[in-house]
Design a protein around this ligand. Sequence first.
Ligand code: FNR
Length: 388
Amino acid sequence: MPDFGAYQYEIYFDGLRGVVPRFPMAYEGWEAGAQAAMTPSVWSYVAGGAGDEHTQRANVAAFLRHALIPRMFVGAAQRDLSVSMFGLTLPSPLMMAPVGVLGLCCQDGHGDLAAARAAAQTGVPMIASTLSVDPMEQVAAEFGQTPGFYQLYTPTDRDLAASLVSRAEAAGFKGIVVTLDTWVTGWRPRDLSTSNFPQLRGHCLANYTSDPVFRAALAKTPEEDPGGAVLHWAGVFGNPLTWDDLPWLRSLSSLPLIVKGLCHPEDVRRARDGGVDGIYCSNHGGRQANGGLAALDALPEVVEAADGLPVIFDSGVRSGADVVKALALGASAVAVGRPYLYGLALGGLDGLVHVLRALLAETDLLMAVDGYPSLADLTPDALRGVAG
Ligand code: FNR
């Protein structure tokens, strides 16, 4: 069993040799450092959300309304954070949420590859976004022994969707995550005020421009006419799917199918009945719809409706304590978005690996101190409701 908490001894022992950590230890430092490292346009795209960003703040605040209660005489000297889902055994429940501008967040412009390498180093799976700087085959080639997942933004062109999914299967991805809440971009004042939309400037479209179906639909190649490729992309990007599309989505691959963006229990039940393999409870980190329920507040009902299907959770997770709370509310796995992105901006691969190791160490040490030695011990009884 990996000893995630031992990261703290590495840090303390380094200190004895006069070596102090290169990177901050907690979210506030990652965020501040990332802001300083990024260009203003990338920063506003990444840090911003929909409307006045109330939902984004609510996602974070929701964790403060749940408090962990410690248990004694447990002797949790070793913790087992492993989780089994989709036929895979993962060393921990932590995942990297799909993030479409990863490439741009890294100083060398190849953040997708850095995240894949971080997955290989830490065992934390990456869910690779459709919107990447490097094509999915090159991303998947960096995963090492860690399984990776491919996130599909379903285009209106069904043949293109099928091509993207079959490429993901061929590249060795272990599951397909279909994001349902982003067929149209939500109202994002920060980006609107600077007319900033990276994809329309041709960024992060490598999965499209490398795709044979996408290329066949163009009059000129993307290399000859980049603007034409962007226009075609804008025309096919977002598909407002309905339940009638689910059987088709299901038929695209025999890989596990996970649907992302579900917060209503009725949607979860229908998705389950439609044959999905996993539910991804998320409100896109508050980037898509403002005025919404904090994702954490939706989680218990989602878990109940999932009725045993694995539930991945994200939105607002900022610390190991948040990871533990989401697990106690029934998540099978917990993904982070902005925290790892900020690590990437701070220090490329090293910064990203540090953020993942810090989150894992805090999760593990909290389970040790609070006396919850395995994920099975983390039930709603580990939490008490408190005023936020
Ligand atoms: C995202 N997210 C996202 N989700 C997705 O399914 N595909 C994508 O390409 C992206 N792109 C993206 C870009 C940026 C800059 C951010 C911050 C987020 C949403 C992501 O997967 C996840 O749901 C949220 O990031 C989780 O919230 P936190 O952890 O950022 O609060």
